[in-house]
Design a protein around this ligand. Structure first.
Ligand code: SF4
Length: 332
């Protein structure tokens, strides 16, 4: 695979739109089944009260967003949600917690491990997003059955300090390195529409292209402005800019799942169709995406049906027992 730098990404991104789309579609068809979209479900397992000051986030304790805080969800509730998600066609279940991060010594981390082991037995891909991780915590998550760890870089390194001041871009990269070393795959993308330039978006993509191994999954979120946060009132992302970014991501990271994530309620059906054509092949499914609105399940089903897109079926996955065996082998 060619490793793209900023100059080559700019050249791809700046092509006439139809050339870019044709090229992205061809690349997509070479690596993925033509007419499939993966459904993922994201559950907030701990909501609000976060120490960090991410300017887009309603869960930050720095802003008065009126969000109700919830402590760590009990195992039974998570399992019930995961089982429902599987029954509705999701093949990936992601659990997100609003805090800066975890270490292997935190009691809350022990609870998360227990939850992960139970969810992993359901046979879905298990993803978690828990903020910063130590290498040891990453190893333990992998041993418990996590297949992917989500840790977005959000935006370019240059724009990042305008969005977050309580941790750094380098802190994010350190967690990604810990995840890579553990053997979990990396789910890493960003958010557009926060006031960054198109060049910032390509710089983020350049950093993603430099990760080794490349991210297995790249969520592309459009900002959902949250009342009370500094980014409330930001205008919607221009649709052709989003489509160009998705197509460029497909070309630069052909084997990555490109996830059309937050912000779909601000896109038209035609806009979403173009995003799929450009190479997006996963959506989050369900009425809520953490604290933001998401299109309803019925609306998504009808859109996919009208486009002739099927749903990715679950592949037989290693279950927790296999991870445990592997973990023993690796002396984790
Ligand atoms: S994005 Fe995550 S780390 Fe940042 S404030 Fe929200 S919950 Fe906290």
């Amino acid at each position: 695979m060619t490793r793209h730098d900023l100059a080559s990404l700019r050249a791809l991104y700046g092509q006439p739109l139809f050339d870019l789309l044709a090229h992205a579609r061809e690349t997509y068809r070479a690596h993925w089944p033509a007419h499939e979209v993966q459904l993922c479900t994201l559950m907030s397992i701990k909501t609000g009260g976060c120490s960090e000051d991410c300017a887009y986030c309603s869960q930050s304790a720095h802003y008065q967003t009126g969000l109700e805080r919830e402590s760590l969800a009990p195992l039974a509730r998570v399992l019930e949600t995961a089982e429902r998600a599987r029954a509705n066609g999701s093949t990936r279940f992601c659990m997100g917690a609003a805090w800066r991060g975890v270490t292997e010594h935190d009691p809350k981390f022990r609870s998360v491990l227990e939850t992960v082991r139970a969810v992993a037995r359901l046979g879905m891909e298990v993803c978690v997003t828990l903020g910063e991780l130590t290498p040891e915590a990453a190893r333990q998550l992998r041993a418990a059955g996590v297949t992917a760890y989500n840790h977005n870089l959000d935006t370019s390194p240059e724009f990042y300090p305008r969005i977050v001041t309580t941790h750094t871009f380098e802190d994010r990269l350190a967690t990604i390195r810990a995840v890579q070393a553990s053997g979990m795959s990396v789910c890493c993308g960003g958010i557009i529409g926060m006031g960054e330039t198109e060049l910032d978006r390509l710089r983020l993509l350049e950093v993603l292209c430099g990760l080794d191994p490349a991210p297995e999954s790249v969520p592309i979120n459009c900002l959902m402005p949250m009342p009370g946060t500094p980014l409330d009132g930001q205008p919607p992302v221009e649709i052709f800019q989003l489509v160009r970014l998705i197509a460029t991501t497909r070309l630069a990271l052909p084997k990555a799942r490109v996830r059309l994530s937050a912000g779909r309620t601000r896109l038209t059906r035609e806009g979403q169709a173009l995003c799929f054509f450009a190479g997006a092949n996963s959506i989050f499914y369900g009425d809520k995406l953490l604290t933001a609105a998401n299109p309803g399940v019925d609306a998504d089903r009808s859109l996919l049906e009208e486009l002739g897109l099927g749903i990715t079926k679950a592949e037989p996955l290693a279950v927790a027992g296999d991870f445990d065996k592997e973990a023993r082998h690796l002396h984790l």
